[in-house]
Design a protein around this ligand. Sequence first.
Ligand code: PMP
Length: 438
Amino acid sequence: INTSDDYKPLLEERKQHIGRNLSISYQQPLKIWKGALQYLYDEKGRTYIDCVNNVSHVGHCHPAVVAAIQRQAARLNTNTRYLYDDLVAYAKELTATLPGELKVCYFTNSGSEANDLAIRMSRHFTKQKDVIVLDHAYHGTSTVAMELSPYKFDGKGGFGKPPHTHKAVNPDLYRGEFRYGQENAGAAYAEDVANIIARLSAEGKGVAAFICETLLGVGGQIPLPAGYLEKVYQHVRAAGGVCIADEVQVGFGRVGSCFWGFELQEVVPDIVVLGKPIGNGHPLAAVVTTPAIAAAFNNGMEYFNTFGGNPVSMATGRAVLKAIQEEEMQQHALDTGAYFLKGLKQLMQKHPIIGDVRGHGLFIGAELVRSRETLEPAVPEIDVVVEKMKDRGFLISTDGPLHNVLKIKPPLVFNKENADALLMHLDMVLGELSYPGN
Ligand code: PMP
């Protein structure tokens, strides 16, 4: 279907009235008008399987979530200065899913705002300013979050690395210095963080925080090597710093074997940052921390957030959590993810362009390379794959510093039939592809 002419007027008006540094997906943009669970429908009635939207966590327009939003929006929406039950009820339900002392919630409207707040808290608590991040990371679009995001400050139009931000190397077992099969690779990568801390200390500086995603998203769909966070958190805490886990992309049962990504590493962060899936598309995010850090933040300055924690958001958050639990979506993510990963590994044997497949639960990446020896990224081949998959009704996307990782992180209701169909079509598209060696 050639839709480009139909949408020309809309695209023109969009150019005039919407900031242009917002790209649109696909050469021929989609005009989606309806969603239902893992399916999206365009204006022409075509159906797509959404294989990439980790925001619509329990499914697009999940009926119980929609009903909760409607009910509360029709009754009351105001700010958190009045008493209402859902605020406390949700904070209790949310913190019940978190271990240890992670008991105090701050609700915001976006992941960026939540990361921004987490950094501010760490600075109050430690009285330090410097922050350690992972290279290629993205933590959001506010000014502070951008300062945590090499993906932005090192990229086009970026302002460069701020002096108080320090980049640790990505613990990438496929391309990095320490690779699959190397013993203690996690601890070896953690040494880079220890070295940064030592350099800061030599300059008479401490560390406010270390922040990283618990599986790297923009960094290239990379699970952290075993033992990595245990070691990093030890180094950071020994230096008096706070450990922040950005769970914005991976939290809420997506990784399958546990509810939170950090649990794959057997650590307990001092602050967790939640976003995207938490409201299933409703703008809600959160910072959860310990009473000690919350006490240090309560330093006399009021913290008020007009929309954060409003009754509609709280009703939404509760409905999302309930849907995950009642519909056993974490177990479903584990089973479907393992099934899909197995199929992807079979495709890897057939198609040399797939250099690596990795992931946990329904957070999966396939790295495309032109050669398994040189690891040359398969660009632009990957863009052809994404476009052709769209034409076949599957929405997938790319990520990674070299733009060569296919990312698959569908709503958790994505099922084995969807996985079979996706694998079958991916097999055909990869078979049609021309690249060196095919
Ligand atoms: N952290 C991570 C890991 C993210 O992927 C994102 C968004 N892509 C953010 C934070 C920022 O969240 P938001 O867009 O809701 O501000």
